[in-house]
Design a protein. Structure first.
Length: 95
């Protein structure tokens, strides 16, 4: 019974995948839709600038602003930075 269910699920998945591939054929992209008015294509430099360099510059600007406006260094650590430790301190015993 379990083998039949697996076979049925596999056939369904294969059929669905095949139908999706057939329906999304690149040949359908050749016909223009009404109102479709594509502009001129981008050059290689424009493409790299738009999709590579612009996001890198935007990331650098945001990271720089976060580092500049970071206030966590201004706060003092009041738990351990104000404790003075004497390395050779000896306990005095009163007898």
């Amino acid at each position: 019974m379990d083998k039949n269910n697996a076979l049925r699920a596999g056939a369904l998945a294969a059929g669905t995948t095949l139908m999706m591939l057939l329906m999304s054929s690149p040949a359908l992209a050749l016909t223009r839709d009404d109102g479709d008015d594509p502009g001129p294509g981008l050059s290689v430099i424009e493409t790299l600038g738009l999709y590579v360099f612009a996001p890198l510059v935007l990331f650098a600007v945001i990271a720089g602003l976060v580092m500049l406006l970071d206030k966590s260094r201004a706060r003092k650590d009041t738990t351990s930075s104000n404790i003075d430790i004497k390395p050779d301190a000896q306990a005095q015993v009163k007898a």
